[in-house]
Design a protein around this ligand. Structure first.
Ligand code: MSP
Length: 504
């Protein structure tokens, strides 16, 4: 039996369209899913939309829309965008779907029946923006929200509460495991939070319209976390639950990591289900030092970027530029620089030069390497494969790409060092010339195979120019020596035309 890999993104609030920050999360998840698929594993990539709650209800009301019509439109727009970004999701869950609604009601009833949820008179402070309740002690002085700093509203209501406090010791032990939450900075924060003591949390709201009714008390609606978090198991209908649960990896932003490493495991413990293996809390894409967000109104529209720079340009920038778990200041200049330097200059020129040399000195065919190779590029390729694998195992896409670019740079340098044009003029160097040209073409073929997790058009285009049919699919294709002598080169358009734009 092959291994399996279940990876999820957060489900995105359906209060508005997605921006580049959301795209970043989906693209990392997609790259990891593609990597595991290329390794022959049974992969499920889940994403979706979080469609209930006050934010969505308010947004729809402000637009004079009915909430269902509005979320239908957003879900369709998100799917269209994911299509354009080539996010290879296997399932897209919407929290208004019947499969989700039924499962949430079943789980809520089970937790209530076994005493993990109880009805309580709840008095405290509510943040309508974060949709969270705070006790007197947790609210900031002046009754401001500890998450977002906005004024809290005093509330007194009857609510169902989940006995989060009961799971304190288990959650602490879970967070003490080194790799459950990465990076380590987030783990330390979460651990410090848990050590302050966990309080039971409200899991229903009275009188909210847009949500899943508590089945045995329809005046109450299930709110936020039981509705949203359970999507990860509710999507796995039928035999897919046994096949994929527990999840290998939940990818979420650092703002919601805590819910995924505290509330979610506690719910699963209460339900008697295995816990996810890992949570990766990525950083934020910021603009001028501020998180890009719909409520701040500083969104970067992904569609216009895709139109201008193409899917591989945008994917490359985000996967390469954003450090593991770190924030990244978005800049179009940096994006253009990455495209011009890494993609057009380094990779594009290597392909262009190599195919030109093959046309000129080898009749447009991949030569037989014979036994004259010095093994330099074969060694660089083996290092790139090994380095990219190690980086991807640690979810570090930027470092994996840096490893691959080391091979690209080495190959470019090799052209200069070996000067095939000089070998062609020198007497008795036919063997060396053939080996140099073969090694350059093979280095490019390996690069194409290594790029499969990251870029969606480029690997096939490189294969095409090297005279290979189709696109690389398997990670094992990145092993040295796959190129068959005699293939006919099909030199084509530059891989990445330089973006001519004034860089500020
Ligand atoms: N609906 C909840 C998640 C429930 S998961 C069971 C939610 N939705 S969200 O639309 O606000 O955010 C979805 C994801 O996008 C989160 O992981 C969040 O961190 C991420 N991002 C939102 N803005 C972002 C940036 N500016 N940069 C990077 N990621 C960002 O929270």
């Amino acid at each position: 039996m092959s291994e399996r890999f279940y990876v999820t993104t957060a489900i995105f609030y359906a209060n508005d369209r997605l921006h580049i920050g959301h795209c970043y999360e989906s693209i990392i998840a997609d790259a990891l899913a593609r990597y595991h698929r290329a390794r022959g594993e049974d992969v499920c990539l889940l994403t979706g939309t979080d469609e209930h709650g006050i934010k969505v209800e308010r947004r729809a009301a402000a637009l004079g829309r009915d909430p269902q019509g509005w979320v239908d439109e957003i879900a369709a727009a998100n799917q269209a965008l994911f299509g354009a970004l080539r996010i290879s999701y296997d399932d897209f869950i919407r929290t208004t779907q019947e499969r989700h609604r039924q499962a949430v009601q079943r789980l809520f009833t089970q937790l209530y029946a076994q005493g993990d949820i109880y009805l309580d008179e709840y008095e405290g402070w509510y943040c309508p923006f974060e949709e969270s309740f705070w006790t007197e002690t947790k609210a900031l002085p002046g009754h401001l929200c500890p998450e977002c700093g906005r004024p809290l509203e005093r509330t007194r209501e009857t609510a169902y509460r989940f006995r989060l406090s009961k799971y304190q010791a288990q959650i602490e032990a879970l967070l003490e495991q080194k790799d459950f939450l990465v990076p380590a900075t987030r783990r330390n924060e979460a651990l410090a939070f848990v050590r302050q003591g966990l309080e039971d949390i409200a899991v229903s709201r009275a009188g909210q319209q847009w949500g899943i009714p508590v089945p045995f008390n329809p005046g109450h609606t299930v709110y936020v976390w039981i509705d949203a978090l359970t999507n990860y198991i509710n999507a796995l209908e039928g035999d897919r639950f046994g096949r994929f649960w527990p999840a290998d990896l939940h990818i979420v932003g650092k703002d919601i990591a805590r819910f995924h490493v505290v509330i979610w495991p506690a719910l699963l413990l209460a339900l008697g289900l295995p816990l996810p293996k890992q949570v990766y809390a990525h950083g934020w894409i910021n603009l001028n030092g501020e998180r890009i967000s719909k409520s701040r109104g500083n969104v970067i529209d992904p569609d216009s970027l895709l139109e201008k720079y193409g899917v591989d340009g945008v994917r490359y920038y985000l996967l390469r530029e954003v450090g593991f778990g770190l924030d990244c200041n978005y800049s179009e200049d940096a994006l253009v620089r990455r495209i011009n330097t890494d993609l057009a200059n380094d990779l594009g020129n290597l392909l262009s030069r190599t195919t030109q040399l093959l046309n000129k000195f080898s009749g447009g065919q991949v030569p037989d390497p014979g036994s004259s190779s010095d093994g330099v590029l074969a060694a660089a390729a083996a290092e790139a494969l090994c380095g990219a694998e190690a980086a991807l195992t640690q979810l570090r896409t930027g470092e994996a790409l840096a490893e691959i670019w080391r091979l690209v740079e080495r190959a470019n340098k090799y052209v200069e060092e070996q000067a095939p044009w000089a070998l062609a003029r020198a007497a008795g160097q036919e063997g060396r010339l053939g080996a140099v040209l073969y090694d350059l073409a093979e280095a490019l073929r390996v690069t194409a195979a290594l790029l499969v997790p990251f870029l969606v058009e480029t690997p096939g285009r490189i294969y095409g120019q090297l005279g290979l049919v189709g696109a690389p699919e398997r990670w094992a294709e990145a092993e040295w020596g796959g190129l068959q002598p005699g293939a006919t080169i099909a030199r084509g358009a530059p891989l990445f035309p330089r973006v001519e734009q004034a860089i500020k």
